[in-house]
Design a protein around this ligand. Structure first.
Ligand code: MG
Length: 307
């Protein structure tokens, strides 16, 4: 395979090193800049973990958290996160208290929100597959109520929820391109099929960034990720996609060409950029967190820095 490699993306000589251990299935990492810590979910452990890179210590942030999954920075030290157990998107405040942001669509309960991203206009976009009500140990068993699996956009200003992607079997990870004209969503429908015939790709959609409620249009397969699945992923400030997979973090160019792989010795579930200058990559991989020094930051910095 003729891959150009990750030179200029991964810091010269850098290797991933494990900085946190002892989890069951790590997911939903986010860097909280106000406190200088990483926070992530141990989903079957039903707890939220924290890592402080200054002291190099891992701790239990909160336990008995109703099976949180993906999360995103919400400003002012707040975090917005998905809860399988509550079948909701909730906001966690700086004191650890939580409030439900959204848990119904047209009067029906959500399935089990999985991953989430906040657009520069403050709208909250999240995926809603069924894993949290069907997979033992990842939530509470339940029935889908609205009869589908959508990607939603929630506008806190108008308290309105709309379905924006409806053509994915099991929507999972999601992220925007740096200029927010593209929405990427992974489909992990192959996850629970014994014959592995389902989807394991990332789809791309066109967005009109001027319209808060524009549906995602022109859905097409951006990249097939193998071996394993593209669960959570992030886009860097140059538009490259860093995705989870069974063998590590796979990096794709904006054109969909695989540039290279950061090999990790455990199945990767999700990842995020963070650290003091935003260039540390935190990889949530099964039992813990791996840290890799990179040369890039998250795509969200591009529009934020332009303001
Ligand atoms: Mg996920």
């Amino acid at each position: 395979m003729s891959e150009v490699g990750l030179e200029g993306l991964v810091a010269a000589g850098a290797q991933p090193r494990k900085v946190a251990d002892g989890c069951t299935w790590s997911e939903g990492p986010v860097w909280v800049p106000e406190i200088g810590r990483l926070r992530w979910s141990d989903i079957p452990g039903n707890r939220i973990m924290a890592y402080d890179p200054v002291t190099n210590e891992m701790s239990v942030h909160r336990a008995g958290v109703e099976f949180t999954n993906g999360r995103a920075h919400f400003g002012g030290g707040q975090v917005v996160q998905c809860s399988h157990g509550r079948r909701a998107v909730e906001v966690e405040d700086t004191d650890g208290s939580t409030r439900i942001l959204i848990d119904r669509y047209q009067g029906h309960r959500l399935n089990s929100p999985n991953d989430i991203v906040v657009r520069s206009d403050g709208t909250v976009w999240f995926s809603d597959p069924t894993y949290g009500i069907t997979v033992p140990g990842e939530g509470h068993t339940g029935e889908p109520e609205y009869g589908d699996r959508f990607v939603f956009c929630f506008d806190p200003r108008s308290d309105t929820l709309r379905a924006v992607v409806s053509d994915i079997e099991e929507p999972n990870g999601l992220a925007f391109s740096p200029d927010e004209t593209l929405l990427y969503v992974s489909d992990t429908s192959a996850a629970r099929r014994t014959d592995r015939t389902g989807n394991h790709h990332i789809r791309a959609y066109d967005l009109d960034p001027q319209q808060r409620w524009a549906s995602a249009k022109n859905g097409r397969v951006f990249a097939v990720v193998s071996p394993g699945l593209p669960d959570g992923f992030k886009v860097d400030e140059r538009g490259n996609i860093w995705t989870s997979s069974a063998i590590g973090v796979q990096v794709f160019s904006p054109a969909g060409e695989r540039l290279g792989i950061v090999e990790i010795p455990e199945v990767v579930g999700n990842l995020c950029f963070g650290g003091p200058d935003g260039r540390d990559l935190f990889v949530a991989a099964s039992t813990g967190i791996y840290l890799l020094r990179t040369e890039v930051r998250d795509a969200s910095h591009v529009l934020a820095d332009a303001v």
